[in-house]
Write a protein that binds this ligand. Structure first.
Ligand code: SF4
Ligand code: SF4
Length: 150
């Protein structure tokens, strides 16, 4: 279509009615709130593993924003229902005993259930304590599950 004819056609349009039409369209779309679908994100937990047994240095407990560490006689555990997966405790542990549940080293998988079970019975700990006198002697020892006191 020639440019001039196109301009003439545009000028012939009843512009107020076009504006009204647009306004009513906008009103009709904004008068109803549109909800994003709710997506359920599975929550992850961190897990205390074998290296903590008999070390129990408690460096980890003070950084936890939701107080989910529980203390037993010679081991700490994390309550999986309370852990918010913030990762703050993991680098605090001097013996690298804390892992995300999806990064548990081979042979440490059973500690996921152990943390859940023992956190039901043991009290919450939120402040650091002095470690056991012989904590350093146990740092490098493997297969310490047999020494876990409940
Ligand atoms: S810092 Fe590590 S070794 Fe110490 S109590 Fe926490 S998990 Fe156990
Ligand atoms: S990951 Fe965060 S919330 Fe979970 S135990 Fe560690 S510090 Fe607490």
């Amino acid at each position: 279509m020639p440019r001039r004819a196109c301009a003439d056609e545009f000028n012939a349009i009843d512009k107020p009615s076009v504006i009204e039409l647009n306004h009513s369209l906008i009103s009709s779309t904004t008068s109803h709130s549109v909800r994003a679908p709710e997506i359920e994100v599975p929550s992850m937990t961190f897990v205390v593993t074998e290296a903590c047994i008999k070390c129990k240095l408690t460096d980890c407990v003070e950084v936890c924003p939701v107080d989910c560490f529980h203390e037993g006689p010679n081991f700490l555990v994390i309550d999986p229902d309370e852990c918010i997966d913030c990762t703050l405790c993991e680098p605090e542990c001097p013996v690298e005993a804390i892992y995300s549940e999806d990064e548990l080293p081979a042979g440490q998988e059973q500690y996921l259930q152990l943390n859940e079970d023992l956190s039901r019975d043991w009290p919450v700990i939120t402040e650091m304590k002095d470690p056991p006198d012989d904590a350093d002697e146990w740092r490098e020892v493997k297969d310490k599950l047999q020494y876990l006191e409940r």
